[in-house]
Design a protein around this ligand. Structure first.
Ligand SMILES: Nc1ncnc2c1ncn2[C@@H]1O[C@H](COP(=O)(O)OP(=O)(O)OP(=O)(O)O)[C@@H](O)[C@H]1O
Ligand SMILES: [Mg+2]
Length: 348
């Protein structure tokens, strides 16, 4: 596999997502009531830079997995555009089959992702064979990868998924994702089901493989500590939208969105001098069928003003690569905590 070529130069986007929307239609009942849509992803824009790890966090149901499935083209977007390395996914420039080789996904459920009737060697060799690699070459590649993820092929190649532990199965899933020599891997809660010590091993394996194969990761997890550890940048989602996105250190040290602050304050801190004063999040997020008007976070926000229920915030840059959607950060928004409108020259 090719080494990372982009070291040194300014970061280039590998993936650019613009205006991504996924509304799942709801079935009407026999009397024709209901209908409507679940606004699972509702206007999401972001980039993933070559060679970086973008972490994605947010409460259950905020649209992380739907975003991942849209990126993978496993489901059709309602609207929006996915550009991969400058080419539109699904266009003549970049047919789906070619894109699907270059972007792979690893899910949480290590068992469900594997065919119980295939040996793990055959599971890992399957993808390359589908993509036209010879059986011999596919098996050789599978054995190399099994060794690389810490499963000695002499011992493990002929085993079946049920003969492995959860951590071992997840290593097989990682090997399987890498067998197609992808450029990007989307990890959706890929380590969340593992015991803490096994989780740490698999995370370190992922970081090693990333360097070795020059990969780009999208790393989705509930675990804010793990996300900080692995990510270069982090995106915080709330009810199908991006609340905040920025470099991991900046986002964790100076979170700009009240939702990010609340999320972080609910995170167990190792340091007794570092207990935050921000109120932790109360209650569950509202229903994505009928999201709140204005800023979607306003019903749970400790600094919401009346305006927040009427006006949807725009995305504002608050620092280098750091952006937030909150009226407090929008100069002239009218929020009592916002800066006044910057001076504008009157037209002559
Ligand atoms: N196929 C579907 N049909 C209808 N609604 C769906 C479908 N898939 C997801 N949803 C809804 O879309 C919203 C976002 O779901 P999603 O699975 O993307 O959230 P998530 O952030 O991955 O949550 P979790 O942290 O629990 O994995 C949820 O309200 C969910 O119920
Ligand atoms: Mg999910």
């Amino acid at each position: 596999m090719e080494p990372l070529k982009d070291i040194g130069g300014p970061a280039q986007p590998l993936l650019t997502i613009t205006g991504l929307v996924k509304h799942f239609p709801l079935k009407k009942d026999p009397l024709g009531r209901g209908g409507g849509v679940v606004r699972a992803v509702d206007g999401v824009d972001f980039e993933v830079m070559k060679g970086e790890t973008l972490g994605v966090v947010g409460e259950s149901g905020c649209g992380k997995s739907t975003t991942a499935r849209l990126l993978m083209q496993l489901i059709e977007p309602t609207r929006g555009e996915v550009i991969f390395d400058g080419r539109e996914v699904g266009s003549r420039d970049l047919p789906l089959k070619e894109f699907r080789r270059q972007v792979q996904m690893v899910f949480q459920d290590s068992y469900a992702s594997l065919n119980p009737r295939l040996t793990i060697e055959d599971s890992v060799a399957f993808g390359p064979q589908v993509h036209g690699v010879s059986r011999r070459e596919s098996v050789a590649r599978a054995r190399d990868l099994l060794a690389r993820v810490g499963l000695a092929p002499q011992r493990f190649a002929e085993r079946y998924p049920h003969e492995l532990s959860g951590g071992q199965r997840q290593r097989v899933n990682i090997a399987r994702a890498l067998a197609l020599q992808p450029r990007m891997v989307i990890l959706d809660e890929a380590v969340s089901a593992l015991d803490k010590s096994v989780e740490a091993q698999v995370i370190n394996l992922l970081l090693d493989l990333k360097t070795e194969f020059g990969l780009t990761y999208v790393f989705i997890s509930h675990d804010l500590n793990v996300v900080r550890y692995v990510s270069d940048r982090v995106m915080v989602m709330y009810l199908g939208q991006v609340a905040e996105i920025g470099p991991a250190d900046a986002l964790y040290e100076t979170p700009a969105h009240p939702y990010t602050r609340a999320l972080l304050s609910s995170m167990p801190s190792m340091d007794p001098d570092n207990r935050t004063e921000v109120a932790a999040l109360a209650g569950d997020p509202p229903n994505p069928i009928n999201p709140p008007t204005g800023c979607r976070f306003h019903p749970r926000c400790s600094i919401a003003a009346p305006l927040c229920s009427r006006v949807a915030p725009e995305r504002i840059e608050t620092g280098s690569q750091h952006a937030v959607s909150c009226l407090v950060h929008e100069p002239g928004s009218g929020h009592p905590m916002a800066q006044p409108q910057p001076f504008q020259k009157q037209a002559a």
